[in-house]
Design a protein around this ligand. Structure first.
Ligand code: C5P
Length: 227
């Protein structure tokens, strides 16, 4: 086990309409973040977990960590104003022996241990990958209220996390982003920007990002089905 996992968890509850970090909201009686952590703990591939958080959430997050039974180290790392900065902080806090890192959003709490394991196996042969699923909808490009293009669905995939990278490669890409002022919404985009290959690992349809109250209801339904 040499794979390290970083969990960006330093967001807010804005789109959820929540007064607190949405990752603290209960899902079948347990905080959203706890579900994500339980899947990571159950994955054979992951040796170490870093969670990027805002300092005001440290006490609640620490309570969650304390409730979990595991030998794996789980560390709090200070998050930033954007997800990108949170990940950058996480990379700089990795143990010195890290060679492979998975990044997985705390908000994708339905991830399975099997997906983590498959991602780590894939990363042993890749410099960077994203978990992703083929899109089911037809995707339009729109300007104002006018459709300007219809994209070829055969080439479209919806990006998820985990995303995984050789640590040195992702660190260099993040450093270049700081120097160039690039702002991106996922880590793979940084590799793409510096011209490095990013591959696909088949994700899971149920690996949704809990963003709105509707997503919370869907997540509850999926978890109940798994029981
Ligand atoms: O807001 P959204 O759900 O798209 O954010 C994706 C993930 O990034 C979440 O798990 C959130 O907690 C995290 N995040 C972060 N630092 C920020 C903003 C978001 O770690 N400043």
């Amino acid at each position: 086990m040499t794979c390290h996992l970083l969990i960006p968890a330093a967001g807010s509850g804005k789109r959820m309409g929540a007064a607190c970090n949405k990752l603290l909201l209960p899902l079948l009686g347990e905080p959203i973040l706890q579900w994500t952590l339980k899947a990571a703990i159950a994955s054979d591939a992951i040796a170490w977990i870093g969670v990027m958080a805002q300092p005001h959430d440290y006490p609640d997050f620490q309570k969650i960590f304390n409730s979990l039974i595991t030998d794996k180290p789980i560390r709090l790392i200070q998050g930033g104003a954007t997800r990108q900065i949170s990940v950058f902080n996480g990379l700089n806090a990795l143990p010195t022996d890290s060679d492979r890192v998975l990044i997985h959003d705390g908000a994708r709490c339905l991830v399975t241990p099997d997906l983590f394991d498959r991602c780590d196996r894939a990363l042993q042969k890749m410099q960077g990958f994203i978990a992703a699923v083929p899109v089911k909808d037809t995707i339009k490009v729109v300007n104002g209220d006018m459709v300007t293009d219809t994209l070829n669905r055969d080439q479209l995939w919806a990006a998820q996390t985990p995303q995984g990278f050789q640590v040195d490669i992702l660190k260099n890409a993040h450093q270049t982003a700081v120097e160039q002022g690039w702002e991106v919404t996922d880590d793979a985009a940084l590799l793409e920007n510096v011209g490095l290959a990013v591959q696909i690992v088949m994700g899971e349809e149920t690996n949704i990002k809990v963003t709105t109250p509707q997503d919370l209801a869907i997540a509850e339904f999926i978890l109940q089905q798994r029981k």
